[in-house]
Design a binder for this molecule. Structure first.
Ligand code: NOJ
Length: 746
């Protein structure tokens, strides 16, 4: 179905000479009045299943460029029809939706996906999400969130790709590839959005929406890196952050949005505000009222206002007063129209679900299972309790508030996920080994937050009767995500008490944790024989976990975030600076080491806490398999590398265990001396390798010296010649190291 107005735009050309998008956009802009331009800059909330009269009216009058949160395909088509057939210029709508980790088929939360360290697989999950969403008329997702997150109290750590700029940039780019496909106009491609620009994850105390203070150098070297990478790789849009950044809220921050994003990076895509973040500029105390907020946001470069209506109400007057200039508005509208042309909306504005693969089909579920399996991280496996051997057992107890909860395993941001499709751990274990084992289930606790222990006796009885216990604990999905930060990140409720009690039964105890963040789980470490960290694993979490528990697949996930022992260690991340007094095993003290009335000088003068081991509970990059990998033979053909040349680091890895396994081989670098201090280690590469028992492989990492560049004291991006160290290993504690130098031969 092609509408009359858009045909008019297409056919407006004489002689049939094809126009470039730029020409089409500029021609259209010439035909628009200011009202219509301002209309394009507004994004409104849809009615969720129906079209409220005021929305239809606004669209008809050309006052809307985009709507968000409508996924009923008939309603979306009707919205498009009104916008095309009942407006003067027939411009189609952008239809936005938070498609964060799946649509109807739900994949692991982004932090879980990041634990797979598998860009190809992550790209596939986004491809599927895009197709499912597109089949309902969505053409724009507000993902990926690429905020560096070093504070697990922050609820949105769940939605992030973790603490590291390199990992986050690499996986974020894979997500964009998945959403956007080769070409935005392809069927099933949707526009992606890099958010939240910028440093939203550095909120003080991990409280959502809170103040952020990050010095420019740190901002450039850490927080902006993934955004730069996505800007360079063609992400269609950016979203501003809610937070105050160094005293200027991000949505009105012209240094960030104009000087850096537009001028320095030459980013040409669309920049949308976050929900109401334009009018919140006055709540921050940055402006007096909505009119001033609109003025600041537009002049900083926010092309489209989400939800609030300050552009609609005030832009005309701001233009009349000469405080916003028309060419600026035209540039902003041009970016919005360009995206609409790129998406092919002028040619194909309507959606027919029949043109797409079915929602939640078997192929989608297969990828959901694979991604859930690859995202699980095995944190502990004493005496090789896992994998369980169903042939050598007769019964298994499946216990815990999350063992059979089809909704909670989906995690945060699942507007469209349908729990009826979920397969829980209990159901999956029954399916997988129910013909061999007696699978006995009880909850033990009503919810993860329950304080009542009245179901404990039933749980203990079950555990006593069975050969092994799998207890599925963690956080319910609402405990992470937007506005859901926590001050304590312990296992909530009486879950630790449940684990304690089960441990006393003396049967092999396997703890599966489903959570939206790293939890402080040192208090269960000694109690559990094995701990499998499953994040919120999505629709197919159960089958993925069952496969891992019974050895149909070996775990291969690696932590994308450091696990603290205590909240007091936060922020804790592997790529920290050395300080002038670095801590080590020989200069740290624990409370127990300190004599009564100690001499001041007898205390360790290093950077640590007296009351907690200075090491994290589990380091970034960590994760076990059912087999063991041995690293050796780190070498370089040349340890002196000229600036502009290639650094090549080679190492051998061997599977020394008895089963096949996949390992994520990681490369870390340290730049020993810089014009600004450098982190003690920085991830610079990783490769997933599959090794059969006894098999050895040689792994090569090749870096251009530009990949060692950082922003120095002058805020310029340069690789500084000097001495470096490189490590290759299975986590950020890697010990296998080689030195090299970069020299400038100019
Ligand atoms: C607010 C969130 O911060 C943002 O990430 C999301 O995309 C918008 N709401 C739209 O739902």
């Amino acid at each position: 179905m092609l509408c009359s107005n858009s045909v008019a735009i297409q056919n407006d050309r004489e002689f049939g000479i094809p126009q470039s998008t730029e020409e089409k956009v500029s021609e259209l802009i010439q035909r628009m009045n200011l009202d219509e331009k301002i209309g394009q800059m507004s994004q409104l909330q849809a009615g969720c299943g129906h079209i409220p009269d005021h929305l239809a009216d606004d669209i008809r009058h050309g006052r809307v460029g985009s709507v968000l949160n409508e996924v009923n395909v008939d309603v979306v088509n009707e919205l498009q029809r009104i916008s095309i057939e009942e407006t003067r210029l027939g411009i189609p709508l952008l239809i936005g939706r938070d498609v964060i980790h799946g649509f109807k088929t739900v994949f692991p939360i982004p932090l879980g996906l990041a634990a797979s360290w598998d860009p190809q697989l992550i790209k596939q999950t986004c491809r599927i999400s895009a197709q499912e969403a597109a089949s309902c008329g969505v053409n724009w997702t507000f993902a990926p969130m690429i905020d560096i997150s070093r504070d697990p109290r922050w609820g949105r750590v769940a939605e992030s790709l973790g603490e590291d700029p390199y990992l986050c940039a690499t996986l974020g780019a894979a997500m964009v590839d998945g959403f956007q496909g080769d070409k935005l106009s392809e069927k099933g491609a949707i526009a992606a959005c890099a958010k939240h620009f910028a440093a939203y994850g550095a909120a003080e105390a991990g409280k959502d929406y809170n103040t952020v203070n990050v010095p420019e150098n740190e901002l450039r070297n850490v927080y902006l890196r993934p955004f730069k990478k996505l800007a360079d790789s063609g992400v269609a849009s950016f979203m501003t952050a809610f937070c105050d950044l160094n005293g200027v809220p991000a949505t009105g921050n012209s240094w960030l949005l104009d000087d850096v994003l537009r001028k320095e990076w030459d980013y040409r895509g669309l920049l949308v505000s976050d929900w109401d973040s334009v009018i919140e500029l006055s709540v921050h105390g940055f402006t007096h009222n909505d009119k001033e907020s609109a003025c600041e946001a537009v002049n900083a470069g926010v092309d489209m206002e989400m939800a609030s209506r300050s552009y609609k109400h005030h832009l005309q007057q701001l233009v009349d007063e000469g405080r916003v200039d028309l060419p600026q508005i035209d540039r902003m509208v041009a970016r919005i129209l360009t995206l609409k042309f790129d998406l092919g909306l002028f040619d194909n504005p309507y959606t027919s679900a029949a043109d797409y693969p079915a929602l939640v089909n078997v192929d989608h579920l297969e990828v959901a299972q694979q991604s859930a399996a690859k995202s699980c991280v095995l944190l502990k496996n004493d005496n090789q309790v896992l994998p369980l051997n169903a042939d050598q057992m007769s019964s298994i107890a499946v216990i815990g508030p999350l063992a059979d909860d089809d909704y909670e395993q989906l995690g945060t941001w699942v507007f469209d996920g349908d729990p009826h499709h979920s397969v829980t751990c209990k159901a999956a274990i029954e399916r997988l080994v129910g013909d061999k084992l007696d699978v006995r289930y009880c909850k033990g606790l009503q919810t993860t937050r329950s304080e009542s222990c009245e179901q404990f006796s039933e749980a203990l009885e079950l555990a006593a009767q069975c050969d092994a216990t799998v207890v599925v604990v963690g956080e319910e999905s609402f405990m992470s995500g937007e506005a859901h930060s926590r001050a304590s990140i312990d296992l909530p409720g009486q879950q630790v008490a449940l684990i304690d009690a089960l441990a006393k039964e003396g049967k092999p105890l396997i703890v599966v944790v489903m959570a939206g963040r790293p939890l402080t789980i040192e208090n269960i470490l000694d109690k559990a024989d094995s701990i499998l960290y499953a994040w919120h694993p999505g629709t197919m979490g159960g089958p993925a976990i069952a496969d891992l528990l019974f050895g149909f697949q070996a775990p291969s996930g690696k932590l994308p975030v450091t696990f603290p022992r205590a909240v007091g260690q936060i922020p804790i991340y592997y790529a920290h600076k050395n300080t002038g007094r670095p801590v080590s095993d020989v200069n740290c003290l624990s409370m127990a080491d300190i004599p009564e009335r100690p001499e001041q000088t007898s205390l360790g003068m290093a950077s640590f806490h007296l009351d907690v081991n200075y090491r994290p509970l589990f380091p970034f990059g960590y994760g076990l398999s059912y087999t063991c990998f041995e690293y050796s033979g780190i070498r370089m053909a040349r340890q002196q590398v000229a600036l502009g040349g290639q650094v090549e680091i080679v190492a051998d890895i061997k599977n020394t265990g008895h089963c096949a396994g996949e390992e994520v081989v990681q490369l870390y670098i340290r730049d020993l001396v810089g014009s600004v201090t450098r982190p003690v280690k920085e991830l610079k590469g990783f490769q997933r390798v599959l090794l059969q028992p006894g098999e050895q492989k040689t792994i090569t990492f090749t870096l251009h010296t530009d990949e060692l560049a950082f922003y120095g004291r002058d805020m310029q991006l340069n690789t500084e010649p000097g001495s470096f160290q490189a490590w290759v290993g299975g986590d950020s504690d890697a010990r296998l190291m080689i030195d090299f130098d970069i020299y400038d031969d100019e």
